[in-house]
Design a protein around this ligand. Sequence first.
Ligand code: NAD
Length: 355
Amino acid sequence: MTRMRAAIVGTGDVARLHAEAIAARDDAEVALAVDLDADRAAAFAAKYGIPRSATSLPDGHLDVVHLCTPPAGHVAQAEDAFARGAHVVVEKPPALTLHDVDRMVAAGEAAGRHLAVVFQQRTGTATAHVKRLLDDGHLGRPLLARCDTFWFRDDTYFAAPWRGTWANEGGGTTLGHGIHQLDLLAHLLGEVDEVHGQAWRLARDIETEDVSTAVLRFQSGVVATAMTSAVSPRQVSSIRIDTELATIELEHLYGHGHANWRITPRPGADAPSSWAFPAAERPSGHDAYIDAVYPALAAGTALPDVASAPARSMEIVAALYASSERSAAVALREVRESGELRGPMSAQVRDERRS
Ligand SMILES: NC(=O)c1ccc[n+]([C@@H]2O[C@H](COP(=O)([O-])OP(=O)(O)OC[C@H]3O[C@@H](n4cnc5c(N)ncnc54)[C@H](O)[C@@H]3O)[C@@H](O)[C@H]2O)c1
């Protein structure tokens, strides 16, 4: 079997999850580690047994380029990788603007290569089980939902040069953190029609928001609230979906297995056996994501649904920011169609800091 040759570009915090996931596969190897910081790239290569490191992509054949760089660089790096004939696996958020996501998708299509955006919360056997129950109508019609990301990121975290500004990060905690849970909610419940949201700055010395609040209306009629925070000492990520027949709850931090989920029947009813989680368990994570995506990259077949709709959760975030700017609800249709809303994101951030 010829092993796919991958490069990891950006060898900072998240890159190790990519290196470990590829190392666990028989059909692929990381052939190259790239970072602007030569010493960091070399140390990363040494740690993960990667034969070569560099400060930019050298000439030579690569099957997959993993972009683990700050989001401002993703569009140019993806276009470069596609021009070299490689598939691209890119960390969230895929870019700073929806226009740039369009460019990345177009470049992939023109090259006949895949663009896979990493939203690893969609993976794992629990999500697949709950999605199947919802899609097949076993839980009745979904009615309302709650989607919360309460994380804690201090000033040191935001001191990284690419964080906390519209120009370098494209958004605040909603785009950087809440997007995972929002993406999972939309993966389970489908397209969002409208967002009415507010961006808040409650504690951190940043230009973007450290908290956001929103009401989402889904095409299916589901109504949801979403709170995202970077200032919450007890950290938790959670989703609650109330359907006609059950309450689905997920409580975790960064990844989830079956024990993080609960499906409760309505009062007086028993849970049917079909609701039970399968015996075989795979937690969510980068490894599960790469295991789902790599066979499609190798075979040139369609990407699985854990990597579909690369712009969906970014559109929700863009609508939230536009809504905060306008103090009014914003339709996702407008975000999809408006050149203005596909451009640089910004929000009127309500500053409630007190000295
Ligand atoms: N999916 C997840 O759970 C998850 C978790 C953390 C971060 N992320 C995302 O991963 C990306 C990187 O985040 P991080 O926390 O690893 O950042 P980081 O700052 O720790 O690492 C980024 C690395 O990229 C390098 N770099 C910057 N520009 C480069 C370029 N042009 N060429 C080569 N190397 C370059 C930097 O030197 C640095 O080593 C971001 O988009 C972030 O949102 C995703």
